[in-house]
Design a protein around this ligand. Structure first.
Ligand code: PHE
Length: 340
């Protein structure tokens, strides 16, 4: 076997390695030359037919060709592997300082926004913020508020009763009862939260809505104090001076009781659809705490007096943001909620 066969094999295979554009082409070239049934293996088979002298010289050349081809192959393979790694790294590279493309920042619910404002406002006026349970006892929700069983005032609030005799609170007034009993007078507190009434749902009625009720119990509390706090509250919420008026209103837990109206903020009192052309919007029931209510929570009405009010948070949010359908607020529709 002439040496030129081996030399030619080396030349051709090195050229094939050099011109391989893919790993597969490189691999094919390797198999052709170095594979188990490749050219080199074929040549080695014929090795036995050579004379001992020839064997020595050809063997040497054969080994050196084999080594040359193997190392050329390894080098080219390494080159492909590095290119592949570089390509993968380029693809997987991320800029960790970029904002995530998949997530949008959330936003607070309009009721939460207005509740936060009201809480801040009352905190600045020295009021504590108290939260109570949504499942209440009949005693906290009704009896302690001077609404005994069989009293017709129970019908004013359609109630979801639970089978164990408890109920879903119909207002946050029971938190005032808890406040009076646990903290005692003098007391300034508000009770924001979710309340429930067994109502037919339409554009202006929901079975689930939000209130902020509040009370102040101290010595010599008068209707003038009540009006002052209510005006401060409403100016704070609407960011402007509001004109209020009181009309008599009946609630078993206050005496005297009032409906507080504000001069319509849409038309300034000249009459529009929002105020039903009366110039006034009914917003806030309130009054001086009934002596029975104080007594039922262990406070002596001879020594202490107070005012209480019930603000419809849902109603307020609707007025503030011009929301015309109450069902939007509980609906969970992100297209609506993400506007705030
Ligand atoms: N608790 C009453 C309600 O939910 C509101 C109210 C509170 C009225 C305080 C007067 C005084 O309807």
């Amino acid at each position: 076997m002439p040496d030129s066969t081996l030399i030619e094999l080396r030349r051709a295979t090195l050229a094939a390695f050099a011109s391989a554009d893919t790993m597969q082409q490189l691999e094919d070239a390797r198999v052709t030359a170095l594979g188990r049934k490749g050219t080199l293996a074929q040549i080695s088979k014929d090795f036995g037919k050579l004379s001992p002298e020839q064997r020595a010289s050809v063997g040497k050349l054969l080994n050196s060709v084999k080594q040359d081809l193997e190392s050329a192959y390894e080098e080219k393979k390494k080159h492909f592997e590095e290119a592949e790694l570089a390509r993968r790294l380029a693809g997987e590279w991320i800029d960790v300082t970029l904002p995530s493309p998949g997530l949008r920042p959330g936003s607070l619910h309009p009721i939460t926004l207005i509740q936060n404002e009201i809480e801040d406002l009352f905190t600045s006026l020295g009021f504590a913020i108290l939260y109570g349970p949504e499942v209440e006892t009949e005693e906290h929700n009704f009896d302690a508020l001077n609404i005994p069983a069989m009293h017709p005032a129970r019908d004013m609030q359609d109630t979801f009763w639970l089978s164990n005799g408890h109920l879903l609170r119909t207002h946050t007034s029971p938190v005032q009862v808890r406040g009076m009993r646990e903290l005692g007078p003098p007391l300034r507190m508000i009770a924001p939260g979710r309340v429930f009434r067994n109502e037919e749902v339409d554009a202006s009625h929901e079975h689930t809505f939000y209130q902020v009720e509040g009370m102040m119990v101290d010595r010599d509390v008068s209707v003038a104090n009540l009006i002052y706090f209510m005006k401060t509250l409403l100016s704070g919420v609407f960011h402007r001076e509001v004109t209020v008026r009181l009309r008599p209103g009946y609630f078993p837990f206050v005496e005297p009781g009032f409906e507080l109206d504000i001069r319509c903020l849409i038309c300034d009192g000249s009459g529009c659809a929002v105020c039903k052309h009366s110039g006034w919007v009914e917003l806030l029931p309130c009054g001086l705490v009934h002596p029975n209510v104080l007594r039922l929570s262990g406070i002596d009405p001879e020594e202490w007096g107070g005012f209480a009010f019930g603000l419809g948070l849902t109603r307020l949010a609707m007025m503030r943001y011009g929301i015309d359908d109450i069902r939007q607020l509980q609906g969970g529709d992100l297209r609506f909620l993400s506007q705030f």
